[in-house]
Write a protein that binds this ligand. Structure first.
Ligand code: CO8
Length: 209
């Protein structure tokens, strides 16, 4: 158990999560993840012949085998832990470029790509909550607050969310009641509201994973 104390709580609430040093990625790491995203888009769009399928499979397997000896545990991995890098260095996440953020509001630009396609030019319905959950979680856990996890995330799909377009996303902290933090978010394509959401985050008690 760790005795780290939240700055925001004035030293009253203990946070059991072990503080992690900001990992420093090697030169070119964000570009490698960007190349991975490009690969995901190209594979999604591709209709290769059997020879190319075999060639790509051999190439990808060779790269996976080269990376395997460098694997570390969750607490040391780089992917997903690079706060300053758009998309946190995670190829899973739709990349939100943060334009401004403070303890109560976050504004960003997001572009869903071919990898995120659901159908007929619209992003897959599961990728939108994925994007919301990540940045709601970022804001919910900002400002030295002790760690909280998503208890629920309610998403309303108001109109289709197009891929390959820059969209705006805005998240705000609505209220905090004891361990509960309520946040709301909106995703817009110009003036068109694509989706909005409400998320409840609950602060973890000591020992909660
Ligand atoms: C790196 C760390 C995190 C970064 C966050 C990134 C966001 C994430 O994706 S987290 C992953 C997805 N979320 C999860 O896996 C969470 C799984 N669930 C849990 O761990 C637990 O259910 C947890 C922690 C949310 C709440 O459990 P617990 O601490 O036992 O809550 P509990 O004491 O019962 O309830 C606390 C309050 O929240 C309310 N509450 C809890 N869950 C809900 C819910 N689903 N809906 C409405 N209210 C709820 C309770 O009613 C209670 O309210 P009140 O105090 O007014 O009576």
């Amino acid at each position: 158990m760790d005795g780290t104390v939240s700055a925001r709580s004035g030293g009253r609430r203990p946070n059991w999560w072990k503080p992690r040093e900001r990992p420093v990625p090697p030169a070119g790491y964000p570009e490698m993840i960007e190349a991975m995203r490009l690969l995901q888009d190209r594979i999604t769009a591709a209709v290769p012949d059997a020879a190319m399928v075999a060639e790509v499979t051999r190439g990808l397997t060779a790269i996976a085998d080269r990376l395997e000896p460098t694997a570390r545990d969750e607490w040391s991995q780089l992917a997903g832990s690079l706060r300053e890098v758009p998309g946190r260095g995670s190829a899973l996440l739709p990349v939100v470029e943060i334009l401004s953020e403070n303890e109560t509001t976050l504004r960003g630009r997001v572009r869903f790509s071919r990898f995120h396609l659901g159908g007929n030019g619209a992003a897959h319905g599961g990728t939108i909550p994925l994007m919301f959950d990540d940045i709601l979680g970022r804001l919910a856990n900002s400002g030295g607050r002790p760690v909280a996890r998503t208890a629920y995330l309610h998403v309303n799909y108001r109109s289709i969310t197009p891929i390959d377009r820059d969209l705006r996303v805005e998240i705000r902290f609505d209220r905090e009641e004891g361990r509960k933090r309520l946040l709301r978010g909106e995703l817009r394509d110009g003036d068109v509201l694509c989706a909005d959401c409400e998320g409840l985050f609950v602060e973890l008690r000591p020992g909660q994973p």
